[in-house]
Design a protein around this ligand. Structure first.
Ligand code: ADP
Ligand code: MG
Length: 284
């Protein structure tokens, strides 16, 4: 039976990672000293081997991110942003170098442990929303909870509150094709939030959205960040990056610059200056 969408792939329930309370305990508090850094990456490389050809997607990246930061990752196409995000999100492992997430050295984990830490700590949002089309908004949001031991009622309650956070409480029984692009992305954000992650990773989340809807999505990210969730977001649009508190620019698999944005724009303020789309179009 198909129950879930994870890593962009449909997984059957029988293949879901074993989750035990013993492992839960191990991952709830990391064992390594990280000076309060949520993410600590040192000399990270990632080389893809395609037959005889080696592609050096990351060529030595060192970076730290503290709890509560809001980082925009920028850089030209092919500069290594998605490769970096996949490693941050424990979807992929470094070729060389170390990645410590909340005191846990990710490179040393088994596949099942990676899946567990991913489910516990990380929420993903993608450019293409990645919703299951024959499944309601509510069921899409419930999916990550099939991998944890929550009761049916808790699963529904948690999912409804996640949909509340993104302002979709009145659309929970809609299917993706009955929702606008912005609403679909909000469902995807709710799905990313349902496990109470400490980090949300978003790879070009506004890439398929018009400009007002993009700012609405940024408003949600800023709200989540105000509540203490660390946000790391890839974008190639300076307008979108201007909502983040820090700008990290990649070039050819390396970090070219890393700067604090002293005056991030406030999405809720910006929205007041953009005419809103009428309800009819919103529901198209
Ligand atoms: P960005 O997200 O900044 O556009 P990527 O991280 O997707 O960049 O890609 C960085 C480099 O790695 C590119 O040269 C790309 O072609 C290559 N690459 C990405 N994914 C793979 C893969 N799975 N296999 C081989 N090469 C890859
Ligand atoms: Mg990319």
């Amino acid at each position: 039976m198909v129950v879930g969408l994870w890593e962009g792939k449909i997984m059957s329930k029988t293949k879901s990672p074993p989750i035990t309370t013993e492992l839960d305990g191990k991952f709830l508090d990391g064992s390594l000293e990280t000076d309060g850094k949520l993410i600590k990456i040192e000399h990270l490389t990632r080389t893809y081997t395609l037959g005889e050809v080696e592609v050096h997607a990351l060529r030595g990246v060192s970076v730290e991110v503290s709890k509560g930061e809001f980082v925009a990752i920028m850089g030209a196409s092919g500069s290594g942003k998605s490769t970096f995000m996949n490693i941050l999100g424990c979807l992929d492992k470094p070729t060389k170098g170390t990645y410590t997430l909340d005191g846990i050295e990710v490179g040393k984990l088994t596949r099942d442990e990676l899946a567990l830490i991913r489910n516990k700590k990380i929420g993903f949002v993608f450019q293409g929303f990645n919703l299951l089309s024959r499944t309601t908004a509510l069921e899409n949001v419930e999916l990550p909870l099939f991998y944890s031991s929550v009761s049916n009622k808790d699963r529904k309650d948690k999912s409804i509150s996640a949909l509340n956070i993104v302002g979709l409480e009145e659309r929970i029984y809609h299917y993706p094709n009955q929702l606008s692009g912005g609403q679909q992305q909000r469902v995807a954000i709710a799905r990313a939030l349902v496990n109470d992650p400490s980090i949300v990773l978003a790879d070009e989340p506004t890439g398929n959205l018009d400009s007002r809807t993009s700012v609405e999505v940024m408003e949600i990210f800023q709200k989540l960040n105000d509540q203490g969730i660390t946000i790391i977001l890839v974008t190639h649009e300076p307008d979108i990056a201007s909502f983040a508190k820090r700008h990290v620019v990649f070039r050819d698999g390396r970090i070219k610059s890393d700067k604090i944005n002293n005056s991030p724009r406030i999405a809720s303020e910006v929205l007041k200056t953009i005419p809103s789309i009428d309800e009819e179009e919103e529901e198209a």
